[in-house]
Design a protein around this ligand. Structure first.
Ligand code: GLY
Ligand code: MN
Ligand code: MN
Length: 438
């Protein structure tokens, strides 16, 4: 049985962080069509979910310090529609089960929002995500301002992006959230172990994908946190390869970037291992450079370090490796300075992780990189990619792609690798592959 996040505690943290004349307004996204009239399964907006646990579309959440701090606008009960898409909690359910102090049908938001905005001086709202929501907010602010001129109350004068307060809170994970992220890491480890056991020459990438996903769905988790990348050989040099359709070949590496989501909290892991269980010399050389970059970058994940230090550390180790491998000509400092390392390492090394895979939270403010603090969870994911047709690269390295990615919790002391159970040292990886085939 999966625990649920402590939504009431999340709201209490938000209310604590807001001044009495501030309010937060967030909207859930719509259902999207996949093709024709067939819908994608609905995935709640992470802000809406973090605040309330509400999982249905057509919802708005308004939070304001005071007597009735949580106001929700939700889909009304509708027996005819519920036959097709399932039971709706409706406004009564929002109050009974989701902590709403007041709840209305979504269709009434135009009527109520101007009144709710009276007395609010600063509104936290994400403009430019949804033009219809923007139009509603602007007209409601105008109506609130008009009323304010008469009744002497304030109306919103200042607007903040949710990154200022709400997303800062989401960036600092609490015990309830870390428990879910640890659970997601355990399931992710199970999926990667299955994948490693199945992978062999002649097996297809989609079979490996199916093996990854099976324990995640069977456990009742919310499933895959993002579309898995299962990339044999040079497919791994395509950073967002998701077709997962080729057959694995002996002598190739297999790069798997896949993570499970528990109560929508994501895990994000990459492992790269030899299809037939033994690295070639060239593959192992590249692998060990990436592993060293990852381990040194993880060691930097300590409270007080700037987030940027993670990338800088990885880039230095990787660039030294590129020079040692003959991919670049030294000196290393010059290759970092002129960014020629980007030919073989073209992405960032770390992002925040939480309800969103690329989670909310600022990476810097006023030109300074965000200092790491206990409770932050982030990925560390260096890689090295040599395109198959890169005629400047030594021939024996062409088509090799390695990425190693773990999820790291920053603490008061040493960094904690939430995904440490998934083998990554070359001997462990080879042993895990051997164990699978014997
Ligand atoms: N799986 C997405 C990422 O690594 O950022
Ligand atoms: Mn990642
Ligand atoms: Mn990833």
């Amino acid at each position: 049985m999966t625990a649920t996040p402590d939504f009431a505690a999340h709201r209490a943290r938000l209310l604590d962080a807001l001044d009495d004349d501030e309010a937060v307004l967030v909207f859930g996204g719509p259902v999207h069509l996949r093709n024709g009239d067939s819908e994608y399964r609905y995935r709640p907006d992470s802000d809406v979910y973090w605040l309330t646990g509400w999982e249905d579309p057509e919802v708005a959440v308004f939070v304001r310090p005071g007597k009735e701090p949580l106001v929700m606008f939700v889909q009304p009960k509708d027996p005819a529609k519920e036959i097709w898409t399932g039971r709706r909690p409706g406004p009564e359910g929002a109050k009974a089960d989701f902590g709403a102090d007041v709840a209305y049908p979504m269709a009434e938001i135009q009527e109520h929002l101007p009144r709710l905005l009276q007395g609010v001086r600063a509104l936290h709202y994400a403009f430019a995500k949804d033009p219809d929501a923007d139009a509603l907010v602007m007209s409601s602010v105008a109506k609130a301002a008009k009323a304010a001129r008469k009744n002497g109350l304030t109306a919103p004068e200042t607007f903040h992006h949710p990154s200022k307060v709400l997303h800062e809170l989401r960036l600092h994970k609490q015990a309830d959230e870390l428990e879910l992220m640890r659970h997601a890491a355990r399931l992710t480890a199970e999926g990667h172990a299955r994948a490693m056991a199945l992978a062999a020459s002649g097996v297809s990438e989609y079979e490996v994908e199916a093996a990854l996903l099976e324990p995640w769905r069977r456990s009742g988790s919310t499933g895959s946190a993002y579309t898995p990348i299962v990339a044999g050989g040079a497919n791994g040099t395509v950073l967002h390869y998701v077709t997962n359709r080729d057959v694995l070949r002996a002598g190739d590496l297999l790069l798997i970037d896949a993570g499970c989501e528990v109560s929508y909290y994501a895990c994000d892991v990459t492992r790269t291992f030899p299809v037939d269980g033994r690295f070639t010399d060239a593959q192992r050389q590249v692998y060990e450079i990436v592993l060293r970059a990852e381990e040194e970058a993880i060691a930097v994940c300590r409270a007080g370090q700037p987030h940027k230090a993670i990338h800088d550390t990885a880039v230095r180790v990787l660039t030294e490796g590129m020079v040692a491998l003959g991919l670049l000509e030294g000196p290393v400092d010059d290759r970092i300075e002129d960014e020629s390392f980007k030919r073989y390492y073209m992405h960032g090394t770390s992002h925040w992780l939480g309800l969103d895979v690329h989670d909310v939270g600022a990476y810097g403010r006023d030109g300074a990189s965000t200092p790491l603090a206990p409770g932050m969870v982030l990925t560390v994911e260096p890689g090295l990619y040599v395109a198959e047709d890169d005629e400047e690269a030594p021939e024996h390295l062409r088509g090799i792609a390695v990425r190693i990615e773990d999820d790291v919790l920053v603490t008061e002391g040493d960094p904690v690798v939430l995904t440490a159970a998934i083998p990554k040292h070359p001997e462990q990886v080879e042993a895990a592959c051997r164990a699978a085939t014997t």
